[in-house]
Design a protein around this ligand. Structure first.
Ligand code: SAM
Length: 275
């Protein structure tokens, strides 16, 4: 499936690789050049982002449930449904984290389908593969976990029937490059479905979002010892693209169609783009 250099992947608790395991993990580059930006006191180099996601890996799922009152599960189901994934498909979940979307995709495509799930944090991947191990659902055997960079995908051109990205694009430093890579590995006519916080053009929604982040999200994260990590959220949303800009970006890189849907009263958004 994937290109010539046969990448390593996790299945259950095992990392399967034709190359020495740790070497693969360490050598996989995150970005061709270092990027560093400082906003609102939050440092954002690629290495720091990777560290941040690795640090929060053990509490990430619990915090998601707590902070969204479980609603992120509904939004993720919507995201998978918008991707158009169906039985027997080969699908990809980019920036998979602990695997929520990959598990939903797995049920959609069934045992005859295949799910590739990619993230640059091996700690997140370990949480994901442990969840796969612990599940009784046999269809979850169709998931492979890849450690890699969303900006340099290890997969062949036009391989996938559908792609999902949950709360990932906002964290990528080069969004046009990410969209080009997604387009490259999608079959013509197939869809990518990208769920994330909505960068709203409504000042009411933006103020409400900011208030929630400052007064709910960061204090709750503080109780888990991760307030600094969650402060990064606010600046990453401010730096993100509005729904219209996301549609324009998708069309500019070559997608034939792009629609952005606001969900959760405009707090979240989902871009659906057709290759
Ligand atoms: C906010 S989490 C979302 C996880 C999961 N998709 C979800 O919705 O629960 C963002 C994920 O993107 C990953 N990530 C960030 N930049 C990446 C990159 N350049 N390549 C691959 N993964 C990346 C992080 O490690 C993290 O697991």
């Amino acid at each position: 499936m994937a290109s010539s250099s046969s990448p390593a992947y996790y299945q259950g608790s095992f990392l399967i690789s034709s190359t020495p395991t740790r070497c693969y993990l360490i050598c996989q580059p995150c970005s061709p050049r270092p990027h560093r930006r400082k906003q609102n006191g939050v440092r954002c180099s690629v290495a720091e982002r990777r560290l941040l996601f690795s640090r929060i890996a053990p509490v990430y799922d619990n915090l998601n449930d707590l902070l969204s009152l479980g609603k992120h599960r509904v939004w993720k189901k919507m995201c998978v449904s918008w991707s158009g994934a169906k039985k027997g498909d080969a699908v990809l979940d980019l920036c998979c984290g602990s695997g929520d979307l990959a598990f939903l995709l797995s049920q959609k495509v069934g045992p005859n389908g295949e799910v590739s799930a990619l993230d640059f944090s091996w700690k997140q991947l370990l949480v994901a593969s442990a969840r796969q191990d612990q599940s009784w659902k046999s269809c979850y055997n169709n998931i492979k976990w890849f450690e890699g960079d969303a900006l340099n995908l290890l997969f062949d051109d036009t391989y996938f029937d559908a792609i999902t990205v949950g709360y990932g694009l906002r964290n990528l430093i080069d969004k046009p490059k990410a969209m080009k890579e997604i387009l490259r590995v999608l079959k013509p006519g197939s869809k990518v479905s990208i769920l994330d916080f909505n960068k709203s053009t409504s000042s009411f929604i933006t103020q409400f979002q900011d208030w929630t982040l400052e007064n709910v999200v960061v204090p709750v994260a503080y109780t888990h010892g991760f307030s600094e990590e969650y402060k990064y959220l606010k600046s990453s949303i401010a730096d993100f693209l509005t729904g219209k800009e996301l549609e324009e970006l998708a069309k500019a890189v070559g997608f034939s169609d792009a629609r952005h849907y606001q969900i959760a009263g405009g707090l979240m958004g989902n871009l659906v783009a057709t290759a």
